[in-house]
Design a protein around this ligand. Structure first.
Ligand SMILES: CC(=O)N[C@H]1[C@@H](OP(=O)(O)OP(=O)(O)OC[C@H]2O[C@@H](n3ccc(=O)[nH]c3=O)[C@H](O)[C@@H]2O)O[C@H](CO)[C@@H](O)[C@@H]1O
Ligand SMILES: C=C(OP(=O)(O)O)C(=O)O
Length: 416
């Protein structure tokens, strides 16, 4: 099993490119199932989750080809509207095939993804929304089994803001009979990016980026092309690493307009930040100031940035109070950060982080994707050597993370 060996203490300096967004690429790859035609997708990051999705689509019969950062998917030969547990269990986003398969083929069988390290993550809202559109749904042998001759447009109000739930229902509605309105929709930029890809395929969608999305169903979608947006979470992770190590970096190919909450918190920490249309320069010339934060749906502070900011708070001046409101078990990194000398107390869904003057390197275990990123940041500031184990979590969502960090002057290597 691969590990990352980090020798801390080096301020990050230089320039790094931002990759395409995992959380936009995955639903867009699944959207290819909606047409008996070819979808060309650019800026697709090389991630384990992308490979898993392509494998999943391939198992159904789709022809998937990768050429550099471009992926083309021809879903005309899809014959098996089915996603099996062996792949689904490794990636929760697999549930995103449910809406497209059901609306195009009138049937789908998708394994229930089950719980994961950060929480239970049920998919009841996906199911409830599809039922409102007329689908018959049953759970059989661990699979969601769905049928509908043709889905019908409906008004759907989700109980909470759900990102993949909004995406699944939006995709299902593109081929439904009539108009679907999704109220309490997720406003995440990745939802907007998916909507743009669907519109390029002939879908009629308005309101993506607001909490009310209106989709007018069409008879069929066609092929098209779309470039995946920049990964705001990857970009935020590198900015946190630069802030923690008191460095100066420039990110290229970024979309700062999608990163207000992250950039605001970094400024509050004392970072100087300058944004261009697609660049972000961050300079941190002193010890970061601890910040309080509370995760929330977009445009609030992203739960996917919580662990990384906690790592910075660990070495900041003062005390930061971090409240996680989205997932019930997303503090798995705390015990590992404590192994590096962090001073953190947990009370329910709140972590109280008292900044310490320095961390000291140790062996730590990655438990989920962003927890791993937080541990890498902590390792980059810790004195001595930190070895992060189980980095397969990291490979799910970061493209060449260690190469990019080496390019910024970090002392980090992958150990097989
Ligand atoms: C592939 C992808 O885009 N993943 C992102 C997506 O995950 P994902 O879409 O799975 O997360 P959701 O937005 O759906 O989850 C938000 C909350 O709603 C709950 N919930 C959700 C659906 C449902 O049917 N029932 C239910 O109870 C979840 O357990 C969670 O407590 O949004 C999360 C929240 O920004 C991010 O952390 C993930 O990186
Ligand atoms: C939780 C995440 O991803 P996923 O929803 O794919 O598990 C994440 O990207 O931080």
């Amino acid at each position: 099993m691969d590990r990352l060996r980090i020798t801390g203490g080096q301020p990050l300096r230089g320039e790094a490119p931002v990759s395409g967004a995992k959380n936009a690429a995955l639903p867009i790859l699944c959207a290819a199932l909606l047409a008996a035609d070819t979808l060309e997708i650019g800026n697709v990051p090389r991630l384990h989750d992308v490979a898993t999705t392509l494998k999943l689509l391939g198992q159904m019969g789709a022809r998937c080809e990768r050429n550099g950062d471009r992926v083309s998917i021809d879903a005309s030969p899809v014959v098996t509207p089915e996603a099996r547990y062996e792949l689904v269990r490794t990636m929760r986003a697999s549930i995103l095939v449910l809406g497209p398969l059901l609306t195009r083929f009138g049937e789908a069988r998708v394994a229930l993804p089950g719980g994961c390290a950060i929480g239970q993550r049920p998919v009841d809202q996906h199911i409830k929304g599809l039922q409102a559109m007329g689908a018959q749904i049953a759970i059989e042998h661990g699979d969601v089994v769905a049928r509908a001759t043709r889905l019908k447009g409906a008004r759907i109000v989700t109980d909470m803001v759900t990102v993949t739930g909004t995406e699944n229902l939006m995709m299902a509605a593109t081929l439904a009979d009539g108009e679907t309105v999704i109220e309490n929709a997720a406003r995440e930029p990745e939802v907007v990016d998916l909507a743009a890809a669907l519109v390029a395929m002939g879908a009629r969608i308005e309101g993506a980026g607001t909490d009310r999305i209106v989709i007018r169903g069409v008879d069929r979608l066609h092929g098209g092309s779309h470039r995946v947006m920049a990964d705001r979470i990857e970009a935020g992770t590198f900015l946190c690493a630069a802030a923690a190590t008191r460095g100066e970096i420039v990110l290229t190919g970024a979309e700062p307009a999608t990163m207000d909450a992250t950039l605001e918190k970094l400024r509050e920490m004392g970072a100087q930040i300058e944004c261009g249309a697609d660049t972000i320069r961050l300079r941190m010339s002193r010890r970061p100031q601890a910040v309080n934060l509370r995760t929330a749906p977009y445009p609030g502070f992203a739960t996917d940035m919580q662990a990384q900011f906690m790592a910075v708070d660990c070495v900041a001046e003062g005390t930061g109070v971090i409240t996680e409101t989205i997932f019930e078990n997303r503090f798995m990194h705390v015990l590992e950060l404590q192994r590096l000398g962090a001073d953190i107390a947990i009370e329910g869904n709140t972590a109280i982080v008292r900044g310490v003057a320095g961390l000291s390197g140790a062996g730590v275990m990655a438990t989920d994707l962003r927890a791993s990123a937080g541990l890498v940041i902590a390792g980059l500031v810790a004195e001595g050597e930190t070895v992060v184990d189980r980095i397969y979590h990291l490979d799910r969502g970061y493209e060449r993370m260690e190469d990019k960090l080496v390019g910024l002057g970090a002392r980090i290597e992958r150990v097989k």
